[in-house]
Ligand binder design. Structure first.
Ligand SMILES: [Zn+2]
Length: 382
């Protein structure tokens, strides 16, 4: 082993507490040192991601962000400070990272992550971490990672909830879960919905942990964790490749990054038609609402054979793959609660319907299985 393939005594001292973790050791620490990680967005999520990856000894961090530091950023974007107000976020972030780890190499991409540079940037890094706050860039990152065969760590925050996703090449991508880009107006952003900095800290730190796990080769499956900081809960969702996925499926239609496919919408302003309807609710909450004076329409998107096994009283069956051709059967003016077996398919349908202009659509968390476990044990499980 040559000298540059070993850790120095200084590095051994610096990383001793993480090197003693099972599966890390000197070999793992060297993998981290060799790793080239691209961070999209040096904001609320990118701050903890960058800080923790730098502290963990990742060798090269690229930062793509076209914005400047503003005072309204500082309550959550802890990589910046009052002394860097007005500076490009890439410059401000690089300063903080250099203080944490003077040996770190930082590459700045102040032009941001765009349709023009996405494929080239992705090809230069081993892992892409998306902490951006708009759908156009999120889908661009997802598609660029599929086309460039790079793992993607994704994160998003909305009020007191968030998501952390890991999408590995060939193991299911972001579009397997969310096939189409929703209208920017259908989902609120931090600018209009509000967010606690600490919530970004939870999700961003989780993203950093996942990125480290990916670098160390400890992830074998794509997955998404839905985190509710208010409720104190998190729920992992295993993701399987969708054969019909428009990006990674057998008949994928997304073969190149087409400029027209990614509308350049950054943090859309508050919209009067913005949905205040929650993205997900628990089965207990759903049970209360369904028994109330104005119950939501319950839409079951499972297959007919599953519906024959069990159903929630009053539900309407429209299997997921028929939803796009049966939109007229779904009331546009009512609150629609979407339900499946475990909550995965129904989340996809929820996102799809919102993208089609149905503003009041909510996913039933945990599906009919959770309903059976927590609300009505008479409903058979399968
Ligand atoms: Zn896919």
């Amino acid at each position: 082993m040559s000298a540059d393939l070993r850790l120095s005594d200084h590095e051994k001292a610096l990383y001793s507490r993480q090197m003693r973790l099972p599966g890390v050791g000197e070999a793992g620490q060297l993998r981290l040192r060799e790793a080239k990680v691209l961070l999209l967005g040096a904001g609320g999520l990118g701050s903890p991601v960058g800080l923790y990856l730098a502290a963990a000894g990742v060798g090269l961090i690229g930062i793509a962000d076209p914005d400047k530091v503003e005072v309204s950023n500082l309550h959550r974007q802890i990589i910046h400070g009052f002394d860097t107000l007005g500076l490009p976020k890439t410059v401000s972030a690089a300063e903080s990272l250099g203080e944490i780890n003077p040996g770190l190499k930082v590459a700045l991409h102040p032009e941001g992550f765009t349709v023009e540079n996405a494929a080239e940037l992705v090809s230069r890094y081993d892992v892409v971490i998306d902490g951006t706050d708009n759908f156009a860039t999120r889908f661009l990152a997802a598609d660029a990672c599929v086309l460039g065969r790079r793992p993607l760590v994704h994160g998003s925050v909305l009020r007191g909830t968030g998501q952390v996703g890991v999408f590995l090449p060939g193991a299911g991508c972001y579009r397997c879960l969310y096939p189409v880009i929703p209208d920017a107006a259908s989902v609120p952003t931090c600018a209009d919905a509000g967010v606690f900095g600490a919530t970004c800290g939870v999700i961003g730190s989780w993203m950093a942990s996942e990125a480290i796990a990916v670098v160390l080769g400890r992830r074998r499956q794509s997955r998404l964790c839905v985190v509710d900081v208010e409720a104190g809960s998190s729920r992992p969702l295993a993701i399987l490749p969708d054969p019909a996925c428009p990006c990674c499926g057998a008949s994928a239609t997304i073969r190149t990054l087409d400029k027209t496919a990614y509308a350049p919408v950054v943090c859309a302003p508050p919209s009067p038609v913005m949905s205040a309807t929650p993205l997900e609710i628990s089965v207990e909450e759903a049970s209360r609402l369904l028994a109330g004076p104005n119950p939501p329409v319950l839409l079951d998107v499972r297959e007919p054979d599953e519906y024959a096994v069990c159903r929630i009283e009053g539900s309407r069956l429209i299997p997921m793959n028929t939803v796009p051709t049966r939109l007229a059967e779904i009331p546009a003016d009512a609150w629609v609660l979407v339900q499946c077996h475990h909550g995965g398919r129904s989340m996809r349908v929820t996102q799809f319907l919102r993208s089609k202009g149905f503003a009041r659509v909510t996913n039933l968390q945990g599906g009919i299985d959770a309903w059976s476990l927590k609300v009505d044990p008479k409903v058979p499980r399968y």
